[in-house]
Design a protein around this ligand. Structure first.
Ligand code: NDP
Ligand code: MG
Length: 384
C-alpha cells in the first residue's frame, strides 16, 4: 500500500491521477490534496477519501473547509503547498504527485526531495525554472523524479534497461497544436477559442496555449535535458500529427525505438504509479491498421520562434530560464483573459528574455524575486 500526496488535485492531471487511485484501492491511499480556485471540487474529493491534509488558496477558503472537515489538517497559500509536500515526513515509501501548473510547483518539489520522498512530476515548470536546484538537491537526497509528461514518460519506458551512454539522440514528438497549418499572417488573427481547440489532447488551459505557441515543446526539451542529463543539442522536436508515437530514442548503433499508444494521460500516470510493474488501464487499445499512416515533419521554427527561444534560454542558463517562464506565465494569462493577441505572447516573452541581465546560478530567493518583478512589469504594461 502506497500513500499518495497530490498537489493540483482539481486539475486535469490531478483528476486523472485520482481516477487511477480510485480504481486501485488495494494499492494506493490518497492522503493529501490541494486545490486553488475550485473549492467545490476540493470538497467533493475530500468527501470520498479519508485525508490527513488539505491545502487551499487562502485563509477564507481554509475556514470554509475546516467547517466541513473539522478533523482534517487544513493549510493554505504557497506555504500550504510546501506543507503538503512534506506532510508525514517519515512516510518514505510514499509519492508526491506534483500536478500543479506554473512555477508555484518548484518549492513543493524541492521540499519533497529534501525529505527523501519520491516525486511523480507533471509540473514541468519545476525543471524549466529550477532544474539546477533540483539537480543539486538530488545529490544529497537521491530520490526518484518520475516523469508523467507523456514524451518523457515514453523516453523512460524506452530506456528501461538500456545504457544511457549509448543514446545518440532523443526525439520528442509534437502534434504541432491547432495552428500547425496556419501561416504567420493567419496567426495574427487567431482567437482564444481557436487556440484552446487542441487537435489531440484534452488538457488544462495553460498547457493548451503553450502547445499552440510551441513553448510547450521548448519546455519539454529543457525538461528532458534535466531528467536524462543529456546535452540539449542531442534533443530534437519532431512534428507528428497523430500523437501516437510519444517519443523516440536513437541509439549509437542506428536503432531507433519508439513508444506508441493512443493519446491518453492515464497511461503515463499509471506507468509512473505502478513502476516497475504494469497494470491493465482504461486506455483505448491502439489499432494501427485503422490509423493507417503515421506522419513526421520538421518543426517550422520561423513560424513558432518560442521553441528556439526556449532552447537558447536554456543554453544561456540561469535566470534567463526564470524570465522565459515568468514572461510566459504572464503572457498566457493575459491571452486567456483576452487582453492581448496570440502573437503578442511571443513578442512579450522575447523582449523580456532579451533584455534580462543574466544571473548564472540564481538561488531560490533570486528566482522568486525575478519571477515576481517580470510578472508585475508585464501586468502593469498590458493588464489595463
Ligand atoms: P490544470 O490547469 O488542469 O490544473 C492545475 C492545478 O493546479 C489545479 O489543481 C489548480 O487548482 C492548481 N493551481 C493553479 N494555479 C495555482 C496556484 N497559483 N497555486 C496553487 N495551485 C494552483 O493543469 P494541468 O493538469 O493540465 O497541468 C498540470 C501540470 O502538468 C502543468 O505543469 C502541465 O504543463 C503539465 N502537463 C499536463 C498535461 C495534461 O494532459 N494536462 C500533459 C503533460 C504535462 P484549481 O483548478 O482549483 O484552480
Ligand atoms: Mg508533453
Amino acid at each position: 500500500m502506497k500513500n499518495i500526496y497530490l498537489l493540483g488535485a482539481t486539475g486535469s492531471i490531478g483528476s486523472q491521477t485520482i481516477e487511477i487511485i480510485e480504481n486501485h484501492p488495494e494499492q494506493f491511499n490518497l492522503k493529501a490534496i490541494s486545490g486553488h480556485s475550485n473549492l467545490e471540487k476540493v470538497i467533493e474529493i475530500a468527501s470520498r477519501f479519508p485525508l490527513d491534509l488539505i491545502a487551499v488558496k487562502d485563509e477564507i477558503d481554509a475556514l470554509t473547509i475546516k467547517n466541513v472537515f473539522p478533523n482534517v489538517k487544513i493549510v493554505y497559500g504557497e506555504d500550504g503547498l510546501i506543507e503538503l509536500a512534506k506532510v508525514n515526513p517519515d512516510d518514505k515509501e510514499s509519492f508526491l504527485v506534483n500536478a500543479l501548473v506554473g512555477m508555484v510547483g518548484l518549492k513543493p518539489t524541492l521540499a519533497a526531495v529534501e525529505i527523501d520522498r519520491n516525486v511523480l512530476l507533471a509540473n514541468k515548470e519545476t525543471l524549466v525554472v529550477g532544474g539546477h536546484l533540483i539537480k543539486k538537491a538530488l545529490k544529497d537526497h537521491p530520490v526518484q523524479i518520475l516523469p508523467i509528461d507523456s514524451e518523457h514518460n515514453a523516453i523512460w519506458q524506452i530506456l528501461n534497461g538500456e545504457d544511457k551512454d549509448k543514446i545518440h539522440k532523443l526525439i520528442i514528438t509534437a502534434s504541432g497544436g491547432p495552428f500547425r497549418d496556419y501561416t504567420r499572417k493567419q496567426l495574427e488573427l487567431v482567437d482564444l477559442k481557436q487556440a484552446l481547440n487542441h487537435p489531440n489532447w484534452s488538457m488544462g488551459k495553460k498547457i493548451t496555449i503553450d502547445s499552440a505557441t510551441m513553448m510547450n515543446k521548448g519546455f519539454e526539451i529543457i525538461e528532458a535535458a534535466y531528467l536524462y542529463d543529456i546535452d540539449i543539442d542531442k534533443i530534437e522536436a519532431l512534428i507528428h500529427r497523430e500523437s501516437i508515437i510519444h517519443s523516440l530514442v536513437e541509439f549509437v548503433d542506428g536503432s531507433v525505438i519508439a513508444q506508441m499508444a493512443n493519446p491518453d494521460m492515464r497511461l503515463p500516470i499509471s506507468y509512473a504509479l505502478f513502476y516497475p510493474g504494469r497494470v491493465a488501464s482504461p486506455v483505448k487499445p491502439l489499432c494501427l491498421s485503422s490509423i493507417g499512416k503515421l506522419s513526421f515533419e520538421k518543426v517550422d521554427s520561423e513560424k513558432f520562434p518560442l521553441l528556439g527561444l526556449a532552447i537558447d534560454a536554456y543554453k544561456q542558463g540561469g535566470s534567463k530560464r526564470t524570465v522565459l517562464n515568468a514572461a510566459n506565465e504572464a503572457a498566457v494569462k493575459l491571452f486567456l483573459n483576452e487582453k492581448i493577441k496570440f502573437l503578442d505572447i511571443e513578442k512579450i516573452i522575447t523582449s523580456e528574455v532579451e533584455n534580462h541581465v543574466l544571473i548564472p546560478e540564481p538561488t531560490l530567493d533570486e528566482i522568486y524575486k525575478i519571477d515576481k518583478s517580470v510578472k508585475e512589469k508585464i501586468f502593469t504594461e498590458y493588464d489595463k
